[in-house]
Design a protein around this ligand. Structure first.
Ligand code: NAD
Length: 333
C-alpha cells in the first residue's frame, strides 16, 4: 500500500485522520472533498505543505473523477458524508445522494479497479436507540433519523460489495467524537463556543439523552488498526465507554470555563431524538489490541483549551452562513 484516497478529509474526523496518518506513516494521501458548508481547508493548515498530500475538490458522486482517483490509489477510506442529524430532518434528500449514492459510486469504482481495502466510516447511530445494554456488531440495524438511515443504507451496500464481489471492505461504527476542528453545530463545540461568547446554551428536551463519547484521535488510531489488521468483510465497533448525559457535559463545560449555569436554555426536543447510544467495542480491543488513550475528562479539557486557543477558526465559521442556520434552529423557535 502506497497511496490512500481519503474522502471528506476537510471535515472534522477526516482532517484529524489525515494529520494522524501523515505523522505516523509514510503513505501518500489524496483528499477528495466537495467542501460543503462543513468542509474547511483551514482544518488542514500546515498539512498542504507536505509533499505526500494532494487535495482534490470534488464530489464522491462524480463517477468519472472517482474512477480516476481510485485508479491511482491502493486503499479508500470514506469519511465524506452529510453528518448532522438536525440537517437531515430539514432536508433528507442530500443525505441519500451523498451518503448512499456517493458511497455506492466509490464502492463500484473500487471493485472495478480492485483496491486492496475499502474502509467505510460509519456510526453507532445505525443501531438506533437503546435503554439498556450495549450495541455489538451483531445488533440489528434500526436507524431512526434520515441521517442514520442513510448511513445504515451505505453500510448494507458496502457489506453487499464484500459478499457479492469479494471487495475487501471493513465497516467501522464509532460513537460520538469530540476534539479539535469539530464544526460548531455539534454538541461539544457548540456549547464551548457559546459559553465563550456568553450566549445561551441550547439543550434539547430534558438534557437526559446519553451519548458515548470518544476523542477523535482515539477514533483515528482505531481506523489505522482496522486498515492494517482488520479482517476483510468485518464490522468493528469503536467506543471508549464514556457514557454521559448531554446535560452533564454542558455543566462540565460551564464549570471548566468558570461560567454560570444560568446560560443553559432548554429547547424543544429534536423529533425522533434517540435516548441512548452505547457501544460494546470488545471485538476491536481483543482482535486488534485497540484501546482508548484519552479519559473523557482529560480529552474534554484539552478540547476546551483548543477552542480557547483557536478562536479565529470558529469565529470565522460562526459569523458566516452558519449564523443564519443557527438563528433558524434556536433563536426563531
Ligand atoms: P463533517 O461533517 O465534519 O465532515 C464531512 C466532510 O465530508 C466535509 O469535509 C464535507 O465537505 C465532505 N463532503 C460532504 N459531501 C461530500 C461529497 N459529496 N463529496 C466529497 N466530500 C463531501 O463530518 P465528521 O464529523 O468529520 O464525520 C465524518 C464521517 O464520520 C461521516 O461519515 C460520519 O457519518 C462519520 N461519523 C461521525 C461521528 C461524529 O461523532 N462526528 C461519529 C461516527 C461516525
Amino acid at each position: 500500500m502506497e497511496r490512500i484516497l481519503v474522502t471528506g478529509g476537510a471535515g472534522f474526523i477526516g482532517s484529524n485522520f489525515i494529520r494522524y496518518m501523515l505523522e505516523n506513516h509514510s503513505y501518500e494521501i489524496i483528499n477528495l472533498d466537495a467542501l460543503t458548508y462543513c468542509g474547511n481547508l483551514e482544518n488542514l493548515a500546515g498539512v498542504e505543505d507536505d509533499p505526500r498530500y494532494i487535495f482534490v475538490k470534488g464530489s464522491i458522486t462524480d463517477k468519472e473523477l472517482v474512477n480516476d482517483l481510485i485508479a491511482e490509489s491502493d486503499v479508500v477510506v470514506n469519511f465524506a458524508a452529510e453528518s448532522h442529524v438536525d440537517r437531515s430532518i430539514e432536508d433528507p434528500g442530500i443525505f441519500i445522494r451523498t451518503n448512499v449514492m456517493g458511497t455506492q459510486t466509490l464502492l463500484e469504482a473500487s471493485r472495478r479497479q480492485g483496491v486492496e481495502r475499502f474502509i467505510q466510516i460509519s456510526t453507532d447511530e445505525v443501531y438506533g436507540s437503546t435503554e439498556e445494554g450495549y450495541f455489538t456488531e451483531e445488533t440489528p440495524l434500526a436507524p431512526n433519523s434520515p441521517y442514520s438511515a442513510s448511513k445504515a443504507s451505505a453500510d448494507l451496500i458496502a457489506r453487499a460489495y464484500n459478499r457479492t464481489y469479494g471487495l475487501p471492505v471493513n465497516i467501522t461504527r464509532c460513537s460520538n467524537n469530540y476534539g479539535p476542528y469539530q464544526f460548531p453545530e455539534k454538541l461539544i463545540p457548540l456549547m464551548i463556543t457559546n459559553a465563550l461568547e456568553d450566549k445561551p446554551l441550547p439543550v434539547y428536551g430534558d438534557g437526559m439523552n446519553v451519548r458515548d463519547w470518544i476523542h477523535v484521535r482515539d477514533h483515528c488510531r482505531a481506523i489505522d488498526l482496522v486498515l492494517h489488521g482488520g479482517r476483510a468483510g468485518e464490522v468493528y465497533n469503536i467506543g471508549s465507554n464514556s457514557e454521559r448525559r448531554n446535560i452533564e457535559i454542558v455543566e462540565l463545560i460551564l464549570r471548566e470555563l468558570g461560567k454560570d449555569e444560568s446560560l443553559i436554555r432548554f429547547v424543544e426536543d429534536r423529533p425522533g431524538h434517540d435516548r441512548r447510544y452505547a457501544i460494546d467495542a470488545s471485538k476491536i480491543r481483543s482482535e486488534l489490541g485497540w484501546k482508548p488513550c484519552y479519559s473523557f475528562e482529560e480529552g474534554i479539557r484539552e478540547t476546551i483549551k483548543w477552542y480557547i486557543d483557536n478562536r479565529e477558526w470558529w469565529e470565522n465559521i460562526k459569523s458566516g452562513e452558519y449564523l443564519r442556520y443557527y438563528e433558524r434552529m434556536y433563536d426563531e423557535r
